[in-house]
Design a protein around this ligand. Sequence first.
Ligand SMILES: [Zn+2]
Length: 439
Amino acid sequence: MSAPPPPAAVAPAAPPQQAPFPLTFTVHATWNKARVATLSLPHNPRCRTPMFMPVGTQGAIKGLTAQQMEDLDVDLILGNTYFLSLRPGGEAMEKLGGLHKFASWRRAMLTDSGGFQMVSLLDLSELTEEGVSFISPVDGTRMLLTPEKSIQIQNQIGADVMMALDDVVSSLTTGPRVEEAMHRTIRWLDRCYAAHKRPTEQNLFAIVQGGLDPRLRTMCMAEMKKRDGHIPGYAIGGLSGGEDKNLFWRVVHQCTSELPQNKPRYLMGVGYPLDLLVCSALGVDMFDCVYPCRTARFGTALADCPGGVIHLRSDKFALSKEPIDAQCHCMVCHEYTMGRLHQLACHEGGAELITMHNIAYQMRHMQRIRDAIKGGTFPDLVRYFIRTLHPKGDLPTWAKDALEAAGLPDLGLEELRQMAPPKEIPTPVQEEAKDDDEE
Ligand SMILES: [Zn+2]
């Protein structure tokens, strides 16, 4: 007589991620709210913060090799979960040994949840409590992205940092939808942690939502702080969507004041050099943005000059024998004149070269922010930056207010204003905002 079959195994609930996490975060120096720290991750024990993280589609920046990114001193690259789930797909990624092996990238990586692309790129996405359903652009079938599915794919990709799936609403949305999204983000966060299968190898960050409403932000952070033992790091989400900058910086200031001091804080989608400076002053540690790569495709180089950008397609650079920036150590500034780059940008491309310089600029910008915080010279850097990029006293009001709130009241702006009448410089990328495909 055969033995009775064993009782059906009950699948054990995955234990939620708990400290100790596969990261450490060590603050070395502060200047008011600004701080310099080392973020130690499985694939890079020495990520230096505040840091800018370039965005790559398939774990690499278009046109640049992994070695070139290392040479540019990049500590961490972002991968887009949505694009990776389409090509080559989560299972293929797992079989290929994860994104690090796939992209030959040895340093740290972070993946987003995939939700943002679905909501922003796909007209036919539909939201329920279960998840976001959408029509696959690959084969036209309806697919459902749930918190569990997002974490499953991110576990297959294997990045050092994963992001919880949140209910994303535009920062221009107001009314009850914002509160609903905040509460759903908390419910989905719990589902994300329950689904996380590699808690000793990958860190799952929570994303604070609540729109531009300080009350909702506080409620969201209070709920997350109850779960702090499971949360290795926090992101500030729902900003950088075209909202009033006077409201933007106040939300950042509020979040960096209320979030736990001992965990990294990541401000999503922010990357203009002025914003990096201001938000570092407000205590943000990590930033990502497609801006340096996207603007390069329009022939725009970042530089310490009035306005902060050089439009290389302009005829005035046609005969220039100068590099973009003589102080820059990147290969492009050593080997290419602006005249040559003008020709490339007008006729043959050259986006990879300008991208390389722009990433070098962002890395150098973050390095000088870190050096100034460490050296106690942060106000000097802020003054230098404002005088160089806004020499006519045309620093936007929001930035002035934010820097004052960060403890920098005396920036010499009045003196600058007396030199020339104030004039608002238009945001340099207005015309490029719709170019929202893969980076
Ligand atoms: Zn350069």
